[in-house]
Design a protein around this ligand. Structure first.
Ligand code: GLC
Length: 785
């Protein structure tokens, strides 16, 4: 292990950067209009240009042949019919739609895309599309000095990725998670550029190992892959939220999660027996700490065989699951892809008999070591295997399980390369290909099989899936946690930009292991981390074998009381969070947002790593260092109010905020509203009255809505939901609250909504739907039905 010592930087080892020459695709020879778009033949390659939607351009380059334009399974949307025109001149070709103009210079081929205002979005000059003899395909674009880059899925480091380079290759990294640790578990070959306050995005639809380089040259960035076609989509924006709408139009959006999935989850590697699980559950209930889920990590299985329980430690899982459900707690078991090689184990037998495992081209089943020892790996790239795997989840559904945790699905293998041999073949729905090409899709396809299997077996109920690995589009099936972090303050800090960039990458349901997975947590860290967790979309406390237990009560009463307060706060905020999840489902906007998403014109927000927004009107500014009780908080444009104290703050500036250990700094924008309900032990306890808190302001109009549905079925797809638009208009003399028309047929348990006004000035009068109300000292009930 000399590489782990200073020997790694021995002067004699100076890295030689392998430079194989770049071949440009060269001059345009011919342009042909095809059914799908335009085919441009160049000296050294072929390019297809398609308007996928009037604001989404797809470019596909193949150095040798007419592009096949096959997509990875990340792509969800069909190409639309778009009205556009083409104009060919001596020097260039121009393709125009309502939202963009693509100008192709002919000698050599260079692409410039302009938005509808004529502003350049992407451009190429001395370098454009090309390839290397190794089979790499590459695209260079001009980079401006002040360009900001966001997205790239699950990456450590700061929010803005200018000056960084990232590789997409799903990898199990137990340690370390440093700012330079790359790649990690997810590959989302997509990013957004913010330039002069306007945003555009690029999605590189290629599953091979790919690299995005915003570091090596000061005036260009590039993206390249080790094989396949250079197939990418350009999203014209112009706002960051619009880019997300465009990107998630292509790769899909999340379904609304079951409400229980957004409550508090408790995990440990592992709660090793039924008795331990029951004790944990009972302690939460006895202490009145809300709890929704207990996870079963790998010890629940019979020697790590998936679709089994260890009969000694878990003698009656069905009874345990049912008893826990009676007290409002669900069980989510871990399911890894590795199937133990054991001729007496049913799942292995089936996999062999029915030919579901990945094999070498010569016909031998590939096996690698994971938790169960030597294991075979289902070929999730193929429909019959996905169906087999989906059906196997009947086992869990029949036990009363409604959520699954997929782990090790990079796939992780305990060997030097950390994964399966890249020469292993996948059947790939009739298009056999090597693991080298499809590695990054393995987790996504496992997620698809699992999600669809659970959906099928839950008879109309929504299921929940948590996954470690994934690819673009993973949001359609799963929520994502950020893997094996550590109980370090630095990892708490790093989790914010990581989750914000996942959100910018179309994945709204994310969170880290609260308290830290590896290493020992402590009371202060767990307290501060739980405060943050109460506002991250996914909220699970998880810790590793051999570390201190870190359930809310493990570090003494002082910490326990604060941790409980914030878990309860999560439950008070559930109506607001649930509305934001519904909004993510509808628009692709994340629940947890970097501030630039709402304030793209404000340069102060461009690399703000230690604050985030919940929706468009709440700023969370946690304390993320030990023994610190004061911090600088940046509040963007507008007037803001401290959620706990009611103190008002001016926006567009920094404030020094004091926050003792029991305080998470939360700021709500004045002139807006948020929805709450009383805290409860779990979502299985009926939700109490819905409270709309309106924060009076001095000027401006704010529009949002309250959203409800049954929280557990797909009936919302048949209009069985409740959407109540609310507008708040503020002026120095009056606050006008206008309740719009109720949408949907869902009837909640409550028949009225209570309104509470905060921060009303003496001279401000309140009108609700035009009628004057005295709301200075009281709240108002609004009858709905
Ligand atoms: C991996 C997972 C971790 C889990 C452990 C045991 O390290 O990332 O969350 O607890 O495996 O299953």
């Amino acid at each position: 292990m000399l590489e782990d010592t200073s020997f790694a930087i021995h002067p004699g080892k100076k890295a030689t950067i392998a430079q194989t020459p770049y071949h440009d695709i060269g001059n345009v020879k011919q342009v042909t209009e095809t059914k799908e778009g335009y085919l441009i033949e160049c000296e050294h390659g072929f390019v297809t240009i398609q308007l996928y939607r009037d604001d989404i351009l797809r470019i596909t380059m193949n150095p040798a042949n007419t592009p096949s334009c096959d997509s990875t399974p990340a792509v969800y949307a069909q190409k639309q019919q778009v009205n556009c025109s083409i104009n060919e001149e001596e020097e260039d070709i121009t393709i125009t739609s309502a939202a963009l103009k693509a100008v192709i210079q002919k000698r050599p081929f260079r692409l410039t895309i302009l938005d509808s205002d004529g502003q350049e979005i992407v451009s190429e000059q001395d370098k454009g599309m090309g390839y290397h003899e190794t089979g790499d395909v590459i695209c260079y674009k001009e980079m401006h000095q002040h360009d900001r880059f966001y997205g790239f899925g699950e990456k450590s480091g700061f929010l803005d990725k200018h000056g960084e380079s990232y590789t997409m290759w799903n990898t199990d990294v137990y340690a370390p998670h440093n700012p330079e640790t790359d790649p990690l578990y997810q590959s989302i070959p997509y990013f957004m550029t913010l330039r002069n306050g306007k945003a555009h995005g690029i999605f590189f639809d290629n599953s091979y190992k790919s690299t995005f380089d915003m570091k090596s040259e000061s005036d260009h960035y590039s993206f390249k892959a080790e094989g396949g076609e250079l197939d990418y989509y350009v999203f014209v924006g112009p706002t960051p939220k619009k880019v997300l709408e465009q990107y998630t139009h292509i790769t899909g959006r999340m379904t609304i999660p079951p409400k229980w999935a957004i409550g508090y989850h408790q995990s440990r590697y592992s709660y090793e027996s039924e008795q331990e699980v029951r004790e944990i559950a009972k302690t939460f209930v006895d202490k009145n700490i809300p709890l929704e889920v207990i996870y079963l990590d790998i010890h629940y299985m019979d020697e790590y065989r998936v679709f089994t329980f260890n009969k000694d430690q878990f003698p009656n899982p069905k009874q345990m699951i049912s008893d826990l459900k009676d007290i409002g707690i669900r069980i989510v078991p871990i399911v890894d892809p590795g199937v133990k090689k054991d001729p007496e184990y049913e799942t292995y037998q089936e996999g062999i008999r029915e030919d579901h495992f990945c094999k070498y081209i010569e016909g031998d089943v590939y096996t690698g070591d994971v938790w169960p020892g030597e294991s075979a790996f289902p070929d999730f790239t193929d429909e019959p295997t996905r169906t087999w795997w989906a059906n196997k989840h009947k086992y869990y559904a029949d036990l009363g399980i409604e959520g699954i945790w997929n782990d090790m699905n990079e796939p992780a293998v305990f060997n030097e390369t950390k994964t399966m041999d890249t020469t292993v073949m996948h059947k790939n729905d009739g298009n056999p290909a090597t693991h080298r090409e499809l590695h990054n899709l393995y987790g996504l396809q496992m997620g698809k099989a699992t999600f669809e299997g659970m959906k099928q077996h839950l008879n109309g109920k929504r299921s929940f899936l948590l996954t470690r690995a994934g690819f673009a589009g993973v949001q359609r099936y799963a929520s994502v946690w950020t893997g094996d972090n550590r109980s370090f303050w630095e990892h708490l800090q790093m989790s914010l930009p990581m989750c914000m960039n996942l959100g910018v990458s179309g994945v709204p349901f994310t969170g880290p292991d609260v308290g830290g997975f590896a290493h020992d947590s402590n009371g202060e860290l767990l307290t501060r981390w739980t405060q943050v967790g109460a506002f991250t979309p996914y909220f699970r406390n998880h810790s590793a074998i051999g570390t201190l237990y870190q359930e809310p009560w493990q570090f003494g009463e002082e910490y326990e009381a604060i941790i409980k307060k914030y878990i309860q706060l999560r439950y008070q905020w559930l109506p607001q969070l649930y509305m934001l999840f519904q909004n993510a489902h509808e628009t692709g906007s994340p629940v947890m947002r970097p501030l630039f998403l709402e304030y793209p014109g404000d340069t102060k927000t461009y690399n703000l790593n230690d604050q985030f927004m919940i929706g468009d009107n709440v700023v969370i500014a946690p304390i993320m260092q030990p023994e610190v009780t004061d911090r600088a908080v940046y509040l963007p444009e507008g007037d803001w109010v401290d959620y706990f104290t009611g103190e008002q703050y001016k926006g567009s500036t920094y404030h020094l905020i004091h926050a003792e250990l029991d305080t998470l700094p939360i700021f709500v924008k004045q002139g807006t509203f948020i929805a709450h309900s009383p805290s409860r032990q779990s979502t299985m306890v009926e939700q109490g009255e819905l409270q709309v808190h309106v924060y009076a302001g001095q000027e401006g109009i704010y529009e949002s809505y309250v959203y409800e549905d049954d929280g557990e079925t797909y009936q919302y797809e048949q209009s069985n939901y409740l959407k109540l638009p609310i507008q708040v208009e503020c002026s120095p003399s009056r606050i006008d609250v206008s309740i719009g028309e109720l949408e949907g047929s869902f009837k909640p348990a409550y028949s009225s909504i209570s309104f509470k006004l905060h921060g009303l000035e003496e001279q401000q009068q309140v009108y609700v739907n035009g009628e004057r109300k005295d709301l200075h000292h009281a709240s108002m009930e609004l009858g709905l039905f």
